[in-house]
Design a protein around this ligand. Structure first.
Ligand SMILES: Cc1cc2nc3c(=O)[nH]c(=O)nc-3n(C[C@H](O)[C@H](O)[C@H](O)COP(=O)(O)OP(=O)(O)OC[C@H]3O[C@@H](n4cnc5c(N)ncnc54)[C@H](O)[C@@H]3O)c2cc1C
Ligand code: FES
Length: 233
């Protein structure tokens, strides 16, 4: 178990959790978080927001019981972290756009620290949060509130585009960029159980059969994903 340093509400129902300890993890990887006993049965997957000497941070939105429970934790409380899991985003030393929609902005803080030359696009439905923090680590931050952040993107400028957010936004990014030179990488959110590739709960329909979001992803090249079949689920 690890000890909470802080659990700050940065916007309505959105929290920045800081946990003590030295943790591993690459951009786009995730941990399974657990702060309860037997129920809920499953731990909850949350992306690495930031990690540095002595601490790791997660940015999460309260949806249901698990995230609700975590949001009530106080400094000094204990939390279980298992990970890091999954295959994250590649490190690309060319022109990169990182597009986050809503809580999908979470992986791109640490990603921008690793690739400070990237342009970061943050899309919020209503209240924006942590924009100043992103501006401290990224060369160029574009913020859209209440509209479509994707409309701000000139796909022809980029060699790679990273997307995390609502499924429709990731599909739309792929459609917008599919005839450009940019490789599009999407981070897919699936319900997860084991988190390590054993249970197949997190299957993603790909062009060459099913893959596991937890072990083969959560980051996939958009060309691998069968969006039409996934949209029908
Ligand atoms: C690889 C990965 C990384 C993630 N990173 C983050 C992150 O950085 N920050 C963050 O806030 N959330 C993240 N999520 C989503 C997060 O795991 C879910 O919101 C959380 O598990 C919900 O748990 P709950 O007990 O609060 O809600 P539940 O009571 O289990 O469900 C409440 C609602 O959330 C939906 N939901 C539950 N699990 C998921 C899921 N895995 N994906 C999409 N919808 C779900 C349910 O359909 C339901 O409508 C990530 C998910 C994955 C798969
Ligand atoms: S969550 Fe079990 S295989 Fe992915």
């Amino acid at each position: 178990m690890s000890i909470l340093i802080s659990n700050r509400e940065v916007a309505n129902n959105v929290y920045l959790l800081t946990v003590e300890g030295n943790y591993q993890g690459a951009i786009g990887q995730f941990y399974m978080l657990r702060a309860w006993g037997n129920y809920p049965v499953l731990s909850r997957p949350i992306s690495i927001f930031n990690r540095e000497e002595g601490k790791i941070q997660f940015l999460y939105k309260v949806f249901g019981e698990g995230t609700g429970f975590i949001s009530r934790l106080k400094p000094g409380d204990e939390i279980g972290l298992e990970g890091p899991f999954g295959n994250g985003f590649p490190h690309i030393e060319r022109k990169v756009a990182m597009i986050g929609g809503g809580i999908g902005i979470a992986p791109f803080y640490y990603a921008a620290k690793q690739m400070p030359w990237a342009d970061v696009y943050l899309g919020f439905g209503q209240e924006p949060y942590l924009v100043d923090e992103y501006k401290e680590v990224a060369a160029n931050v574009v913020v859209n509130v209440g509209g479509r952040v994707l409309d701000e993107l000139d796909v022809d400028v980029y060699d790679a585009i990273f997307v995390c957010g609502p499924h429709g936004m990731m599909h739309a990014t792929y459609e917008k960029a599919k005839f450009s030179k940019a490789d599009v990488y999407v981070s897919l959110e699936k319900r997860m159980a084991c988190g390590v590739g054993a249970c197949l709960v997190c299957s993603v329909i790909c062009q060459n059969g099913n893959k596991r979001a937890c072990a083969d992803g959560p980051v996939f090249l958009a060309t691998e994903v069968n969006f039409d079949a996934e949209n029908g689920l």
